[in-house]
Design a protein around this ligand. Structure first.
Ligand code: FES
Length: 87
């Protein structure tokens, strides 16, 4: 589990193991977009305000991952031990 703050709405929520950031956002009624939910289409790509992503998609390039500027919220998570992810 890890913490995510959705900056635009001011909500902080815990993302449990086995649950995606996307699912948590949808449960809260936040305006998120998704399609494949498998980390391949890019529809759910979201900007990272702060924190470090553990990228689990198969879409972003190595350079994009290392830039830590965005993540696919349908599959990617927070890097363990790196503190909350702010999006
Ligand atoms: Fe397709 Fe996340 S919904 S990459």
């Amino acid at each position: 589990p890890f913490e995510v703050e959705f900056v635009a709405s001011g909500l902080t929520r815990t993302v449990p193991a086995g649950t995606s950031i996307l699912s948590v956002a949808e449960q809260e009624g936040l305006p998120v977009f998704s399609s494949c939910e498998q980390g391949t289409c890019g529809t759910c790509v979201t900007a990272i305000v702060s924190g470090r992503a553990d990228h689990r998609d198969s879409l972003l390039s190595q350079a994009e991952r290392e830039s830590n500027e965005q993540l696919c919220i349908c599959v990617s998570r927070a890097e363990p031990g790196a503190g909350p992810l702010r999006l």
